[in-house]
Design a binder for this molecule. Structure first.
Ligand SMILES: [Ca+2]
Length: 470
């Protein structure tokens, strides 16, 4: 099931990443596997547009998420964990690269907007559309490339959202296995994106029947079983509970059996269907956890879960302000859980400021892999923070979405956006209700200055596509 594709970009990467001793080919990789230390497996479970308050372990009382709650009980629950952008594509680019969207170049959505006006793309139109021509810059080093150097088998199951053309697909970007869709959303039943067939196995487009979450569950379990001798890295990216992308305007799609788990509710209500989509996904997470246990891999596997951005529509972001697309906390602060029995404390709540920028350095450290040399990373290994041994070395975080700007420095958060603006003290006002701009002008000035410095640094970064003009 492994692929050993050598693409021209890999050659470029060899020059960029001077630590690479040679091109990737199977005998060497087999040797790496053979000599690699016994390293833990890693399962990174990313959900799509999941509300901050839609997990029982985050205080939600409506959605049934017993398996994610179990993950929290057996691990660490992070309450101040952020993504780098309030929507799908750029958020995922940072997961893959450990770099701000403005640094890796993927700082807006890859999306054919005409679907908003009911336009159905023909195959010929789609072939030259943004969804086919844009992608994560091929010079970027992905987390899977880093893991490969440590002898890991890496797989993506679910939503890729980093480029649909073959050169951008996971097998060309360091992963060994791919099953899912490459664009930013599909219909759960037809696996089409506004009419365009969008399901892949490896580099080939396929069609098969089934509810997307069930298919992703099946393939995740398959990947774990096939790689149980490890070490493996599974990036399990559910599209649930994101709305479906279809022209029939049937956005909330859940199998009846999960809707029936909420008998007191209107089965046609969007919130009910959203909850059912969550519960179906949670059940799949449960099967992943059960499989790890059955295979004796529970203690040798780090499991991390987070959402790619804040909830939208019927998602509940309480007590945070705002929603997906916005730079208020409800758009960028997401629920995060981490479990590694024996290595991370169980049932612990951790309020340290952390972000998805920390994922690549952390996974590299856990895997015993060297971070890519000559590449500026925006995060650090957060494992000691998760263990409760140290404070987070992250003291600030910045966001930019088109004209919207925001910064968190210490406990202060500054937002200047179309949805609203203000200065807030998150230590007392997590709901960003009380604007301190006039009371604390010196703090406002400091945060604006920090943002300007960050923006200057991003502007001076290496030129990266697909959006930057260079
Ligand atoms: Ca999303």
């Amino acid at each position: 099931m492994r692929s050993f594709c050598l693409v021209p970009t890999a050659i470029v990467i060899v020059f960029l990443w001077s630590a690479l001793p040679a091109a990737e080919h199977s005998p060497q990789r087999a040797a790496e596997r053979a000599t690699a230390p016994v390293n833990p497996n890693i399962v990174l479970i990313v959900t799509d547009d999941q509300g901050y308050h839609d997990l029982g372990c985050f205080g939600g009382r409506e959605v049934q998420t017993p398996n994610l709650d179990r993950l929290a009980k057996e691990g660490v629950r992070l309450t101040s964990f952020y993504v780098t952008w309030p929507a799908c594509t750029p958020s995922r680019g940072s997961i893959l690269t450990g770099r701000y969207p403005q640094r890796n170049g993927l700082y807006d959505m890859i999306r054919n907007d005409s679907v908003d006006y009911g336009h159905r793309y023909t195959e010929e139109e789609y072939a030259v559309s943004p969804e086919m021509t844009l992608g994560l810059d091929l010079r970027e080093i992905t987390v899977a490339q880093v893991m490969r150097r440590a002898g890991y088998a890496s797989g993506v199951v679910g939503k890729w959202d980093s480029g649909r053309a073959r050169r951008f697909l996971p097998l060309q970007r360091g992963f060994d296995f791919y099953y899912g869709f490459a664009n930013t959303g599909i219909d759960y039943w037809t696996h089409r994106r506004y009419g365009v067939p969008s399901l892949f196995r490896g580099n080939g487009r396929i069609e098969e029947e089934g509810y997307a979450t069930d298919l992703f569950r099946r393939e995740a379990l398959r990947f774990i079983r096939e790689n149980q001798n490890g070490p493996f890295f599974l990036y399990l990216a559910f599209n649930a509970p994101h709305i479906a992308s279809n022209l029939e305007k049937d956005p909330f799609q859940a199998p009846a059996k999960y809707v029936q788990q909420y008998p007191g509710r209107d089965p046609k209500a969007n919130r009910t269907k959203y909850m059912a989509m969550m519960t179906c996904m949670d059940e799949a997470v449960g099967e992943v956890l059960d499989t790890l246990k059955e295979l004796g891999l529970e203690r040798s596997t780090l499991v991390i879960h987070h959402s790619d951005n804040g909830g939208s529509g019927p998602g509940d972001n309480g007590p945070l302000r705002g929603r997906k697309g916005q730079l208020f906390e409800g758009g960028v602060r997401v629920p995060c859980l981490a479990r590694w029995p024996g290595r991370l404390p169980a049932g612990r709540v951790n309020d340290e400021l952390l972000s998805t920028l920390e994922l690549l350095p952390t996974l590299a450290a856990v895997a015993g892999a060297k971070p890519p040399e000559g590449v500026v990373l925006d995060g650090f290994n957060m494992l000691p923070v998760l263990q409760g041994r140290t404070k987070s070395s992250r003291t600030e975080m910045f966001w930019q979405r088109r004209k919207d700007r925001a910064a968190r420095v210490g406990n202060y958060k500054w937002v200047d956006s179309a949805a609203g603006k203000g200065l807030f003290d998150l230590s007392e006002d997590i709901g960003e209700k009380h604007d301190l701009s006039t009371e604390r002008p010196e703090v406002l000035k400091r945060l604006e200055a920090r943002f300007a410095a960050w923006q200057k640094e991003m502007d001076a970064a290496e030129p990266r596509g697909p959006f930057r003009d260079y």
